[in-house]
Design a binder for this molecule. Structure first.
Ligand SMILES: Nc1ncnc2c1ncn2[C@@H]1O[C@H](COP(=O)(O)OP(=O)(O)O)[C@@H](O)[C@H]1O
Ligand SMILES: [Mg+2]
Length: 202
């Protein structure tokens, strides 16, 4: 996948099967292609692409709008408010800056997805703007609420994805490593290095 005919590939050679109910953690440096992977899954980008994505055996390029709704939910990296009144509900006395509220917007996004009970849920750095303590409670909530769902968690903090069934390490648009946390920790690769340095390059 490319963002433009003249641009470099944002995703290359991705060949991957995710099982129903599996919890997948996705890590990698800024620009590695994590959000792009989420975008193609939601068909937010379909120009300059090749290959196919199947959900329950059906090619998503054949999906109508109605096919997506019961299946996928995303908490995007850039979460937006639905309505001005949501902000007023959060901060009725207008005591907080937009900065103070940014993490809360993402939690609203999370609540929307939880309520709708999607089968496949993608969290794109959904807890990047909340503190560690809140992140832990949110991960706990996700494990509980989405136990039957397939969950792809793009992580800002390593701790967030350590309990995943499998972890994908993205690098320059490709899958550099994939395996259980234990498998990846026991080989001296990128993931082991990330854990050692806790460095996501951001
Ligand atoms: N809207 C866009 N237009 C052009 N290039 C983009 C756009 N969004 C992302 N890219 C490029 O695609 C690559 C992958 O980006 P992205 O998927 O956002 O990475 P990540 O989420 O891992 O930080 C990067 O080289 C980035 O600069
Ligand atoms: Mg991203």
């Amino acid at each position: 996948m490319k963002y433009g005919a003249h641009l470099n590939y944002a995703l290359r050679n991705i060949n991957l099967t995710i099982n129903p109910g599996e919890k997948i953690g996705i890590v990698g440096r800024t620009g590695a292609g994590k959000s792009s992977l989420a975008k193609v899954l939601f068909r937010l980008i379909h120009e300059n692409t090749s290959g196919s994505i199947l959900i329950d055996g059906q090619d998503i390029s054949e999906f109508g709008v109605g096919d997506y709704r019961p299946r996928l939910g995303m908490i995007p990296q850039e979460s937006t408010m639905l309505d001005g009144s949501v902000r007023r509900n959060l901060d009725p006395l207008q005591q907080f800056s937009a900065e103070d509220i940014s993490g809360q917007q993402q939690l609203f996004g999370l609540c929307r997805v939880i309520m709708r009970k999607r089968k496949i849920v993608v969290l794109d750095e959904a807890t990047a703007n909340v503190d560690l303590e809140t992140d832990r409670s949110v991960q706990e909530l996700i494990r509980k609420e989405f136990s039957d769902c397939t969950v792809l968690t793009i992580a800002h903090r390593l701790e967030t994805i350590m309990k995943s069934d499998r972890i994908i390490v993205m690098d320059r648009g490709a899958i550099a490593e994939i395996g259980t946390p234990q498998e990846l920790l026991s080989k001296d690769g990128m993931f082991a290095q990330l854990v050692e340095t806790s460095d996501f390059g951001q």
